[in-house]
Design a protein around this ligand. Structure first.
Ligand SMILES: [Zn+2]
Ligand SMILES: [Zn+2]
Length: 638
């Protein structure tokens, strides 16, 4: 028998008989390693644990604990789900594809006869459990393309036939388990019995091959974990995310809505939502003024010719809205930069004027495909806390550091942790190589000097310059893109912006586009989920609500309400003739920070008894004391 050499990642070499499998090699090293392995990498290629090793090779065992191992596990769970669905629904359903994704997997099914609903998830899961318990071997088979086409055609699986027809290979691989067979590159687990914990989570429509001209498929999302415990904690997190869903809370707290009559992706702010937004905007204005920014405002539409000058028309046209009046074409602004350039150009600038920092709460419109719209997180009309910094090249580093410090302060106030990424030149871009290099270097050195860790995203920059993206992490550890800092050497060139230097010569300023919160809409969506609707007092649209115990305090409650309102407290009242417990429950549902209970005692002493939404009762206090109490709690943000 031939002996071959298998080199392991630690550099050690094992001599084994030719035709040994990775699983057998693993066993010679240790039972535990063999137990935890789910696949192997043979000379760099992912293979099954049962693939015979024919010649001397490098071998790496893939453990279930690694991200790749988990993907193999989840992809095998996708086969199990497809197997279960085929067992239950037979010829009514055709299989297509089922990859592992972040946090789980999905499988796309085609059916004209059957519409999947979450009520069936139990049935499918039970079938999966049955097939897993049967511990069916998962077997790889290599067949010719033609015979694979014949096989799937006979089974009536026309989507699989299409997939195989598009493959360039002579031979294709199939994976069988029991009576189920799927076209697949693999690798897979060795048996269905290794799948221990899985759960179907949702069902949604998806076009075949992501193309809206193709048939609509039904995508069942699911997840799988090596152990029941991990699955349980993941599902609990998912449930918490569902409870915090900003679309659900937005409706319950009456903050905003969308209307098909108005148009998709266009937010309609209700009184409490509009107030919340106004409070954030006021906060932004104060913070920007403190840091030497000037507040400016540009028009909503600007002539199309100007968008041609800026390069937007050429590079961004498909995302823009246009309108025509008096035979003059206008573009509705998708970005706020242009008016800021015109402000710069409105007079001669000297090096003594720089840096200039123009800040605008600028409302923009961008056409996003309807499929990607998602509550407040992805909309077509939104307001950015946008600023453009124009400075001398030697000031760039300092300005970027200033923005990073600004981001740090603001994220701290909202209790967000964050991560940073720098994105470099994309394929479709304008500007010279030299400009790109200079801009990228400036961002990179500011990041390095900040001492904060960052990652590099190759080719993900804006078309006009490199950028720093800041992704914040919310209370559930989810990441959200908000702040960005973009360098731009191109617009100053296109608009011929200059300043007179200390040498009396004309120089070109550098431009930085930056947002801190990003789109206010999106940021509010993230805030709602981060706080689960329990906004801190300083941005709560309603800070307190006055509740009387019986009608006999109604007059005093009304007086208290008016007095607090005139002191600038955002106060509501509930003077209905209802039980106090009922009124408290309702205020609790509305997540009002303080309920001010007014009974005979309070009326007679001119006080209120604040009850925090957490259920904690405070000592009775006079109205003046309560006003000071609220002001103290909010002061740190002013
Ligand atoms: Zn597969
Ligand atoms: Zn800009």
């Amino acid at each position: 028998m031939d002996v071959i050499q298998v080199e392991l990642p630690d550099g050690s070499v094992k001599e084994v008989p030719a035709g040994s499998t990775p699983l057998e090699v693993a066993r010679t090293i240790g039972e535990r390693l063999a137990r935890e392995a789910v696949a192997a990498r043979l000379d760099g290629q992912m293979v099954d644990l049962t693939r015979p090793i024919e010649k001397s090779s490098r071998l790496e065992l893939i453990s279930l604990a690694s991200p790749e191992g988990l993907d193999v596990y989840r992809h095998s769970a996708a086969h199990l789900m497809a197997h279960a669905v085929k067992s239950l629904f037979g010829d009514d359903v055709q299989v297509t594809i089922g990859p592992a994704i972040e946090n789980g997997f999905y499988y796309d099914f085609f059916s004209e006869k059957h519409t999947f609903s979450p009520e069936e998830f139990d049935t499918i899961e039970n079938k999966m459990a049955e097939l897993a318990a049967a511990d069916l071997p998962i077997v790889r088979e290599e067949v010719s393309r033609d015979s694979a086409i014949r096989l799937f055609r006979e089974m009536g699986e026309s989507y699989k036939v299409q997939l195989i027809e598009d493959l360039p290979n002579e031979m294709v691989s199939l994976y069988r388990q029991g009576d189920f067979v799927d076209l697949c590159r693999g690798p897979h687990l060795t048996t269905t019995g290794r799948l221990k914990a899985f759960k179907l989570t949702s069902v949604a429509g998806a076009y075949w091959r992501g193309n809206e001209k193709n048939a609509m498929l039904q995508r069942i999302y699911a997840t799988a974990f090596p152990e029941k415990k991990a699955l349980k904690s993941y599902l609990a997190k998912l449930e918490e995310a569902r409870k915090r869903d900003h679309r659900k809370l937005g409706r319950e707290l009456d903050l905003f809505s969308f209307s098909e009559e108005a148009g998709a992706g266009l937010v309609i702010w209700h009184p409490k939502g509009a107030l919340l937004r106004t409070l954030l905007e006021d906060f932004e204005r104060r913070e920007h003024l403190k840091r030497g920014y000037d507040i400016v405002m540009g028009p909503q539409i600007l002539r199309t010719d100007l968008w041609k000058t800026s390069g937007h028309y050429e590079n961004y046209r498909e995302n823009m809205y246009f309108t025509e009046v008096d035979e003059q074409s206008y573009g509705i602004k998708p970005m706020n930069c242009l008016a800021h350039m015109l402000i710069y150009k409105s007079r001669m600038r000297s090096y003594r004027d720089l840096p200039l920092r123009f800040f605008e709460l600028g409302t923009v419109h961008r056409h996003e495909k309807s499929g990607v719209l998602h509550g407040l997180l992805r909309v077509r009309g939104f307001t950015q806390d946008d600023a453009h910094i124009l400075c001398a090249p030697e000031q760039l580093d300092g300005e970027i550091k200033g923005v990073l410090a600004f981001v740090q302060d603001v994220m701290g106030i909202f209790g967000f942790e964050y991560e940073m990424e720098i994105s470099t030149r994309p394929e479709k871009s304008i500007g010279s190589d030299e400009d790109w290099e200079r801009a990228t270097d400036a961002l990179m050195s500011a990041l390095k000097d900040s001492g904060l860790p960052f990652e590099i995203n190759e080719g993900d920059g804006a078309f006009y310059g490199p950028k720093i993206d800041i992704k914040l992490k919310d209370a559930l550890d989810r990441k959200w893109q908000c702040a960005t800092i973009q360098c731009d050497f191109t617009l100053p060139e296109r608009f011929d912006l200059t300043y007179v230097g200390s040498d009396g010569e004309k120089h070109r300023p550098v431009m930085v586009h930056r947002v801190i919160l990003g789109a206010i809409e999106r940021f509010i969506g993230v805030l709602i989920e981060h706080y689960a609707g329990n906004f801190p007092l300083w941005i709560s649209p309603v800070q307190a609500t006055v509740l009387n115990v019986t009608d006999s305090q109604a007059e005093y409650a009304e007086e208290a309400y008016r007095a607090l309102r005139s002191e600038g407290i955002r106060v509501a009242k509930d003077l209905r003739n209802e039980k106090l417990g009922f009124k408290i429950r309702e205020a609790q549902m509305e997540k009002v920070p303080y309920m001010l209970v007014v009974g005979d005692k309070e009326r007679d002493s001119g006080t209120v008894t604040p009850r925090h939404r957490s259920g904690k009762n405070l000592e009775p206090m006079t109205l003046t004391e309560f006003v000071r109490f609220v002001q103290d709690e909010c002061r740190q943000y002013h």
